[in-house]
Design a protein around this ligand. Structure first.
Ligand code: MN
Length: 259
């Protein structure tokens, strides 16, 4: 969420986007990748929350177990779905955004956030043995390195230090994230996915050359990566979600079909 909110603000408030097209293209396209990330995280969280609470009739207080769970509010504010907040339940509120519209500090902040986000992810990985969570984190660790590298390369014309030589932070390749290897072998750690057939073409001025490790070429890929089905969440009667009985849903479909 921190990098998503930061590059949303950066791309919406970008000064001189025609003069600095390659930089604008980079930040705007990375934003679309970040949107994909949060959908992936939400789908994973939703699957992990399935059957956290056993269904039951109202008189049995089926949500009572949530009273003693760490974040009770999660079960009050959502119907056992992803929560827009941090691990302590604090809502995301944009405090990670730094958008001065000055190219150099804004890209430096992007880079700083990306490296921090990768460190946080790898620590969360160390907190769980859940295979679904580990798979999702591994995928984001590998592709998250792409953003850290892209911002480091974007800064190079302005810096005496080659920031890409500081990378990777953290060094995932040398870690025990076994699930990451599959994504590395697929090239996910080298690919920026261009989400529009007509836009963001000048990213290529920045996203080219070798990976900082020297192990493979950076590559622009036209179109999004291959996806997977997003789960259709079943109704949860005790959560009043979606809050309609099957007859009402059939009635809505009929009304749309005839309107
Ligand atoms: Mn990112």
């Amino acid at each position: 969420m921190s990098t998503l909110m930061d590059c949303t603000d950066d791309s919406f408030n970008f000064w001189g986007r025609n003069k600095l097209r390659s930089y604008y293209d980079l930040i705007a396209n990375i934003l679309t990748e970040e949107l994909g990330y949060i959908e992936l995280v939400a789908a994973t969280v939703n699957l992990m929350l399935c059957e956290t609470i056993q269904p039951g009739a109202s008189e049995t207080a089926p949500l009572a177990a949530a009273v003693n769970l760490r974040n009770t509010h999660h079960f009050i504010a959502t119907a056992q779905t992803a929560f827009v907040g941090n691990s302590m339940g604090a809502f995301g509120h944009g405090d990670s955004v730094f958008s001065s519209s000055n190219l150099v500090p804004d890209r430096a902040h992007n880079s700083f956030l990306e490296c921090g986000a990768l460190l946080y992810k790898i620590r969360v990985y160390q907190m769980t043995t859940n295979p679904v969570a580990r798979e999702m984190i591994a995928c984001l660790l590998v592709h998250g390195g792409v953003h850290a590298t892209a911002y480091a390369k974007a800064l190079e014309p302005f810096m005496a230090v080659l920031m890409r030589k500081l990378l990777p932070i953290p060094n995932i390749e040398k870690s025990n994230v076994l699930e990451a290897r599959e994504y590395e072998n697929m090239g996910v750690g080298r690919h920026l996915y261009r989400f529009s057939p007509e836009d963001y073409k000048q990213i290529i001025c920045i996203w080219r050359g070798l990976l900082p490790s020297g192990d493979g070429e950076l590559e622009m890929v036209d179109g999004p990566p291959e996806g997977r089905p997003v789960p259709d969440l079943p109704e949860l009667l005790e959560e009043f979600a979606p809050g309609l009985v099957p007859e009402e849903i059939a009635e809505i479909v009929k009304k749309f079909a005839t309107s």
